[in-house]
Structures are given as structure tokens and as C-alpha cells.
Design a protein. Structure first.
Length: 185
């Protein structure tokens, strides 16, 4: 289906699917006419669900030294990033239009400071009808944005990279993990 802005939206043709997929992939947030929709999850079972996402905030060794000793002009960047990431997870449905509001029961955000980067890992938990992958990914991104805001006065070249889902559990699809060589179920 062609839209006025030139975008083609709709289910992919069979020949458009990547070879590694053994089954037909359908976009659940697109209806038969190609319009965006919020998926109805009312018939799904309430189950315990978790997701873990990660990303890397890359900066200079000098900035890392400032992070370690709380020497940045704006204050404790790691504490701000941790709280921002948790708040980001809680606000995911306001940021991602078709994401369901989910009652989060737990959010942890870990920041592992290395020599030239900060590894950001977020884990989200709920007992609900839909998963919390988007909340974990949003937590990572918002924590990275907060880090950038805190260090931009001393390093405008810092960047957030490698944002990805690591694991998810619960619901109809069960367990999923990003293996060393790719996803595993």
C-alpha cells in the first residue's frame, strides 16, 4: 500500500522475507489495509515476564576518570543515568505510540564503567498480558541520553551504541536469548 509520503506499508511479499526465517513473518501492529493499530492483548494470559536489554555509552578515558570520581560539572552522572533509565522504562507507552501500558513490577539498571565506555544493562519485570522488551530497551536509551547530557560539556563526541535486546522470558513465546552467534529460543 502506498502512502502520500511515498512510504510503502503493508505485509511483505513472500520473496521479500530474509532467507533465515523458516516461517512467514507478520507485523502485528499493521492491519490488513496497512494501517497502524494497537494489538488487542485482552485475551492473553497474565504471566510473569522479564526482559533484559543493553547498550554501550562510548566516551574518552578522561571522561571515564571524571565519572569515576564524580568530577563532572553537572554532578553524579551515573546516579542521574540510573534514575533516568528507570523513569524512561516507566514512560515507554508515552514515547512509543503502539506500546501497551504495562504495570512494571521491577526495573534494574546497571552501569559498568570500563576504560572508554559505560555498559548499560536494564532488566524489566511484570506480571501482565504483554512483554516488557520495549521498556528494557527504552531504559537503556534514556540512561544513555542522560549520560550524554551529563558529559556533553566535556565530550560532545560521546555516543550511545549497540542497543539491543539480550533476553526475554514469559508469555506465549516463552524464553528467548541473544546467543553468541545470534538469537536462540
Amino acid at each position: 500500500m502506498s502512502r502520500p509520503n511515498g512510504c510503502n506499508i503493508g505485509p511483505p511479499a513472500a520473496h521479500d522475507l530474509a532467507a533465515p526465517y523458516a516461517r512467514r513473518v507478520e507485523l502485528t501492529h499493521i492491519d490488513a489495509q496497512g494501517a497502524a493499530r494497537m494489538v488487542d492483548v485482552s485475551g492473553k494470559d497474565v504471566t510473569a515476564r522479564t526482559a533484559t536489554a543493553a547498550g554501550r555509552f562510548v566516551t574518552t578515558p578522561e571522561v571515564i576518570a571524571l565519572l569515576r570520581r564524580d568530577g563532572l560539572p553537572k554532578g553524579d552522572a551515573l546516579a542521574v543515568a540510573r534514575i533516568a533509565g528507570i523513569a524512561g522504562a516507566k514512560h515507554t507507552p508515552a514515547l512509543v505510540p503502539l506500546c501497551h501500558p504495562v504495570a512494571l513490577h521491577g526495573v534494574t539498571l546497571d552501569l559498568d564503567v570500563g576504560d572508554t565506555s559505560v555498559e548499560i544493562t536494564a532488566t524489566t519485570r511484570t506480571a501482565d498480558r504483554t512483554g516488557v522488551e520495549m521498556e528494557a530497551l527504552t531504559a537503556v536509551v534514556v540512561a544513555g541520553l542522560a549520560l550524554y547530557d551529563m558529559v556533553k560539556a566535556v565530550d560532545r563526541t560521546a555516543q550511545l551504541t549497540d542497543v539491543r535486546l539480550l533476553t526475554k522470558a514469559g508469555g506465549r513465546t516463552g524464553e528467548w536469548s541473544r546467543g553468541v552467534d545470534g538469537p536462540t529460543t
